[in-house]
Design a protein around this ligand. Structure first.
Ligand code: AMP
Ligand code: MG
Length: 491
């Protein structure tokens, strides 16, 4: 390891609370240095909000840190241990190609993980090379930042550097490291790991740590671990509803890819749905459609049940009582999810108040969209702007009938049509990271070293509710040759 930069110059303000957990939970390991790192993208606004000096970060010293060639002052690099159910099968995992540098305390006093992804082998690599390719890391950058701008809790992307080294996948690819920022990297799988391989004391240490780090504000009501379960369920219910409302498909909702903080994490074979169809699957490895769009809420509930199981020894000394407490709490998920979803759907349709028939109004629209293969995002955009001419769906008699009912529904509320229109503008994105546009940006960057397409896309994605003229270009649908779109695991 070469020279370490001073904390004042870059603004690092690390604490390493995770390293104060029992040793079971991590292994100290440095990133593996690379031959010739080069910065390809830096998230300037994010750097500033973290209290970091972007002028230094974009130069050699910053790039050396993003590549894992230097350790920032105050960082204590570790790989985190975790397990997980992958496509339903329980496995020991851990950070196989990531290193947590530490927790940056931001100028606003927030604690966020700074993690290098693709930074070399760790004790959890299980035969993998510990590395990442440029395409998937840029893909995570684009989609995570788009999610953030859409108002969806997510890990963020601070920078991507190329390593100067090749990684071997199906073909030889350009090696890269992504710097990821997260509220924390504690996963359902971290609890599963503690539950399977730790003592109750170690499990409790993790639960107490998580409570303090993420839920210190909540009313524990005498049983802090039940409160933990409740809060995680609440966070996931809100998160998954937000995914459904924008048509986001995670692709690998394994328990190791579900955070306790309620942030979206691990952008592998994820994608946004074009045509509305609940059975949509993009991931090439999801043969049975386990993680299809329409299944995401059910899978979230399944993952949360696995989380609840890990907490049983902490919930009550009596096992039966612990199980019944867990079951009662878990059974709230479908309703919580539904409340979030329907509130979001009402907003998408410009509805302010609640009527019992709203659900059937919404379902009716979705079923017409499904029947006619309508584009999910563009349908809501067209409804927002009453620009009905450009979609086949709108010529149908079913739609005309639905539209009349919807107008009557809007007339029954006291808010003006103008307020409804504003609510719809704020709730229906003009732009999502459509697969063919993401691929186009990645191809320019990876194949030709041209980052301008990606930068233009990122700019358009940064204000998804602006409905600006430049964004109109991004609402065009993929041609038939772009379909069916398939995504591959980000390895
Ligand atoms: P992911 O599909 O990115 O969620 O990763 C699942 C597990 O595989 C995690 O434990 C990763 O750390 C590990 N993993 C993925 N790619 C690699 C790699 N190239 N080398 C080592 N471990 C990896
Ligand atoms: Mg993962």
């Amino acid at each position: 390891m070469t020279e370490i930069k001073s904390k004042i110059e870059i603004g690092w303000n690390f604490d390493n609370s995770y390293t104060r957990l029992p040793e079971l939970f991590f292994t100290s390991v440095n990133p593996t240095p690379v031959s010739s790192p080069k910065l390809v993208i830096l998230n300037y606004p994010l750097a500033t909000s973290l209290g970091l000096n972007d002028k230094v970060l974009e130069k050699e010293d910053g790039v050396a840190i993003f590549a894992g060639n230097q350790i920032p002052l105050g960082a204590l690099p570790i790989a985190q241990a975790y397990a997980g159910h992958q496509f339903g099968h329980f496995t020991m995992l851990g950070d196989g190609r990531a290193v947590l540098l530490g927790e940056q305390i931001t100028p606003k006093g927030q604690r966020v993980d700074i993690q290098l992804k693709g930074s070399g082998k760790t004790p959890y690599s299980r035969g993998g090379d510990g590395r990442a390719a440029l395409g998937p890391m840029l893909r995570e950058y684009i989609i995570s930042e788009a999610m953030h701008s859409l108002g969806i809790p997510t890990t963020r992307s601070l920078a991507v550097v190329t390593t100067g080294q090749r990684v071997i996948r199906e073909t030889e690819q350009i090696g890269a490291v992504l710097t990821r920022v997260a509220a924390s990297h504690i996963r359902v799988g971290t609890f599963q790991y503690a539950s399977r391989w730790g003592s109750t004391k170690e499990l409790k240490a993790l639960a107490d740590y998580t409570l303090e780090r993420h839920f210190s504000h909540i009313d524990e009501d005498g049983n802090p671990y039940l409160a933990l379960l409740r809060e995680v369920i609440k966070g996931q219910a809100a998160l998954i509803a937000k995914w459904q409302l924008v048509g986001f498909i995670h692709g690998v909702m394994n328990t190791d890819n579900m955070t306790i903080s309620g942030e979206t994490i691990d952008y592998g074979p994820c994608a946004f749905m074009d045509t509305y169809d609940p059975a949509t699957v993009f991931s090439s490895i999801d043969i049975n459609g386990r993680y299809a769009y329409g299944n995401q809420p059910k899978i979230a509930a399944w993952n949360l049940a696995r989380f609840a199981e890990t907490l049983l020894p902490l919930l009550h000394d009596n096992e039966d009582k612990a199980v019944s407490l867990a079951q009662d709490t878990i059974s709230d998920f479908p309703q919580l999810y539904h409340n979030n979803w329907i509130a979001g759907m009402r907003a998408k349709l410009g509805i302010f108040n609640e009527e019992p028939e709203d659900e059937s109004l919404i379902e009716e629209l979705l079923s017409i969209m499904e029947k006619h293969g309508a584009d999910y995002t563009n349908t809501f955009r067209a409804l927002t702007f009453d620009s009905r001419s450009d979609m086949m769906l709108f010529d149908t008699t079913e739609f005309a009938k639905w539209h009349e009912q919807w107008q009557q529904r809007l007339d029954r509320q006291k808010e003006s049509k103008a307020s409804s229109h504003q609510l719809m503008r704020d709730s229906n994105p003009a732009i999502i990271p459509r697969n063919h546009r993401v691929e186009e940006a990645l191809e320019a960057a990876v194949k030709y070293g041209d980052y301008s397409v990606m930068e233009k896309l990122l700019k358009a994605l940064s204000c998804p509710y602006a409905h600006s003229p430049e964004q109109a270009d991004y609402s065009t649908l993929p041609t038939k040759s772009d379909q069916p779109y398939r995504t591959f695991c980000g390895t």
